[in-house]
Design a protein around this ligand. Structure first.
Ligand code: GUN
Length: 291
């Protein structure tokens, strides 16, 4: 039997329709959800990701603003731009595209973004809220992964999840979100000895290492669910994941494709966070009117 494909693309389309309807309703209340994306420099992958974010925003009806600055921009200037949008009522979400040039401290930038507009879910306050299972802005890729697993009616509670990769953006938070869904979670990374021995125990294997074809059939348990977060461009120009798709297809029960898997859901969860932020802001406005 070959694995079922969990199509992030199809799920993203469905979710974007629902979000477009919510945006319509917010607009009727006089609130236009607004996203500001800040790009420093001309990193080609960043430009391509931003195009996807812009397209999704337009599709849903979110007002999209790109602030594009040269690589030479000073950290102070960037912090001032963030400060301006922290106070701009038409802006509900601020996203500073990573990576930043070396002379700008990522930590200072992330901490400058108002936690109320942190639609990436990277601010330490939002990460803390996520850790304790509070309602907050969840990081987009991990939140998209949980949605994808649930959309395929896969039970998470009690399952052994193995996460390969420990980045702050994907690996660490996806483990926390799945732990909050009552999974047993194991993290693996570059210093894990005998990686195969661990990954072969996974009922749900999440791979986010950024290395083409890193996980092969030897790493996967029969009937496991395989979530491939990698987006790697081969010399041929073709995109591929971190998992050898053809291997996983023969062994797993479910697999996410690359492209058309986790990527479209990441962007959709960003739009979800912007709409959530706009809704929060509309509610705050209503409360202040009533006072
Ligand atoms: N660079 C790669 N992924 C992301 C992301 O999810 N958010 C931001 N801000 N930058 C990124």
């Amino acid at each position: 039997m070959t694995a079922s494909i969990i199509s992030g693309k199809e799920l993203a389309q469905e979710k974007r329709k629902q979000l477009a309807q919510e945006v319509k309703e917010l607009k009727q209340q006089g609130v236009v959800p607004g996203l500001v994306v800040i790009l420093v420099g001309d990193h080609p992958a960043s430009i391509s990701y931003i195009k996807g974010k812009q397209k999704a925003s337009e599709e849903i009806g979110v007002a999209f603003t790109l602030e594009h600055f040269p690589e030479s921009m000073e950290e102070k200037e960037l912090l001032d731009v963030i400060e301006k949008y922290n106070h701009d009522e038409s802006c509900h979400g601020i996203l500073v595209q990573l990576p930043l040039p070396d002379h700008i401290q990522e930590k200072a930038v992330i901490e400058k973004i108002s936690p109320l507009k942190d639609v990436d879910g990277f601010h330490p306050l939002n990460i803390g809220q996520m850790m304790i299972g509070e309602d907050t802005f969840l990081p987009c890729t991990p939140a998209g992964i949980v949605e994808m697993i649930k959309s395929a009616n896969i039970e998470i509670a009690g399952k052994h999840v193995v996460v390969v990769g420990r980045s702050n953006i994907v690996g660490k938070p996806v483990g926390i979100l799945l732990l909050n869904e009552h999974a047993t979670v194991t993290y693996c990374h570059s210093r894990t000895p005998d990686l195969k021995e661990v990954t072969k125990q996974a009922d749900i294997l999440v791979v986010a290492v950024g290395r083409a074809n890193f996980i092969t059939g030897e790493h996967i348990k029969e009937n496991a669910v395989v979530i491939d977060v990698g987006v790697n461009r081969l010399e041929t120009g073709k995109l591929c994941g971190d998992v050898v798709f053809e291997d996983a297809k023969q062994i797993a029960s479910h697999i996410t494709p690359v492209p058309g898997g986790v990527g479209p859901m990441t962007i959709t969860m960003l739009a979800h966070n912007v709409v959530k932020s706009a809704r929060n802001s509309a509610e705050r406005l209503q409360v202040s009117k009533e006072l």
